[in-house]
Design a protein around this ligand. Structure first.
Ligand SMILES: Cc1cc2nc3c(=O)[nH]c(=O)nc-3n(C[C@H](O)[C@H](O)[C@H](O)COP(=O)(O)OP(=O)(O)OC[C@H]3O[C@@H](n4cnc5c(N)ncnc54)[C@H](O)[C@@H]3O)c2cc1C
Length: 389
């Protein structure tokens, strides 16, 4: 069997790319997903959609993606369940300069964002205890969306455009001859093709290894807790990321919140991404509960409503690898999103589709090459916590 392009991985990134490849009418496109579309870490994303980044291409991708989240139904005929809440990034004094530089970058690119003083933050939400907060970045248009709905929305729309979506099908090996991709061996047989996009999250490393390419990524188990603050607290309205205490929270249905930690190191590296504890640890619940209560004292005594753990695919500089793999013509990669890839995926899919088809992307993504790791030119964001990008 022959395809013009094979996409491996039906998370939000692969499904988005497949959709845009379908729209570009590039011939026979096959999306290979070993499980179900959207069933991997994408289904477990907290789904925060903010535009605060240190690198211009990421702000631009996030900006364009936000538009697509808002207009997802017009684009795909489905919902991504985007909820606009506004986003607040609380910072201690040493982070203020970087925060202001990022906001200036955002504004230059047409993003609505501003730097707030603690007094202005208090006006946004008077329930916040602002101990240690020297200032904040605020984006009124940000919010959160649903990872599973986004991936399956793109997947279903891709199907309608003629993309073949092979669920329950594993890509087992890439096939390369004379430095060129010639096919993918899958659990359904070999698909011959000259262009392959691997968007297989943390599993990307294993697949690239089949053609001798080293992809430096670790699987980090990351936990998320659902808390129900007391009724007297009311609802959390904003998405909040807190660089002072090192945690984040966003509103969830029924007046609850989803919360987790922001750290400088991966939370827990797991040796085998197919076997790890997907529940939440009690110590983690207590830790997040304490951070939440310090920031929102009137929300203290929140009830534990559940939680889960999933995987970040963390690279050495917490930035993704995007684009062609040098030395293997026709092979492209989009992985290593290090816990912040969901918000980029709607527009990134279009850029990847262009690139795979031989057209340059409209956002300059060259800084995200795989080569940077062997050359030692790692990317550095303006915040200490890599997850911020
Ligand atoms: C707990 C948590 C919270 C997060 N919160 C946020 C957030 O608030 N905002 C944000 O922007 N990002 C967030 N992220 C990150 C974001 O969810 C990810 O960056 C994004 O979902 C990655 O999508 P993906 O398509 O690259 O990979 P994945 O979702 O990992 O999809 C890869 C797919 O490839 C498939 N696959 C693997 N190997 C093969 C194979 N050999 N053959 C066929 N198929 C294969 C897998 O089954 C999987 O479906 C969070 C992540 C987690 C885990």
């Amino acid at each position: 069997m022959h395809a013009d392009v094979v996409v491996v991985g039906g998370g939000c990134v692969g499904a988005s790319a497949a959709f845009y490849l379908g729209r570009a009418r590039v011939g026979r496109v096959v999306l290979v997903e070993r499980d179900r579309v959207g069933s991997g870490p994408t289904a477990r994303t907290v789904g925060i959609v903010r535009l605060h980044y240190s690198h211009e291409p990421l702000v631009e991708l996030a900006r364009r993606s936000l538009e697509r989240f808002v207009h997802f139904e017009e684009l795909t005929g489905r919902t991504a369940d985007f909820t606009r809440t506004g986003f607040l990034l609380l910072a201690p004094a040493p982070e203020l300069e970087g925060l202001a530089a990022n906001v200036a970058l955002q504004r230059r690119l047409g993003v609505q964002a501003e730097v707030l003083t603690p007094e202005e933050v208090a006006r946004l939400d008077s329930r916040l205890d602002l101990e240690g907060v020297a200032g904040a970045a605020y984006e009124p248009d940000a919010g959160y969306a649903d990872g599973y709905a986004t991936a399956t929305g793109f997947g279903a729309a891709a199907r309608q455009l003629g993309v073949e979506v092979w669920e329950g099908t594993s890509a087992q090996r890439l096939q390369v001859t004379s430095g060129r991709v010639v096919g993918v061996q899958t659990s359904r047989g070999v698909v011959s093709c000259s262009r392959v996009l691997v968007a297989a999250g943390v599993w990307t490393a294993g697949l690239l290894r089949t053609v001798g390419v080293d992809f430096p990524v670790v699987a980090s188990r990351e936990q998320v807790v659902q808390l129900a603050p007391p009724r007297s607290f009311g609802r959390l309205e904003l998405v909040v990321e807190d660089l002072v205490l090192g945690f984040y929270a966003r509103p969830e249905t029924g007046g609850t919140v989803l919360a987790g930690v922001l750290e400088e190191e991966p939370e827990q590296i797991v040796p085998d991404p197919d076997h790890f504890h997907t529940g939440v640890d009690w110590e983690f619940v207590e830790r997040v509960g304490t951070l939440w209560s310090r920031r929102y004292p009137s929300g203290a005594q929140a009830e534990f409503r559940g939680g889960y753990a999933s995987l970040y695919d963390v690279t050495p500089d917490w930035q993704p690898v995007l684009g062609p793999v040098e030395g293997v013509d026709g092979l492209f990669v989009a992985a290593g999103f290090s816990g912040h890839g969901f918000k980029l995926s709607p527009s990134l899919g279009e850029e990847l589709a262009r690139w795979v088809c031989g057209q340059p992307p409209t956002v300059d993504l060259r800084m995200f090459s795989l080569r940077r790791f062997s050359e030692g030119t790692l990317l550095r964001g303006r915040h200490a916590k890599g997850l911020l990008g």
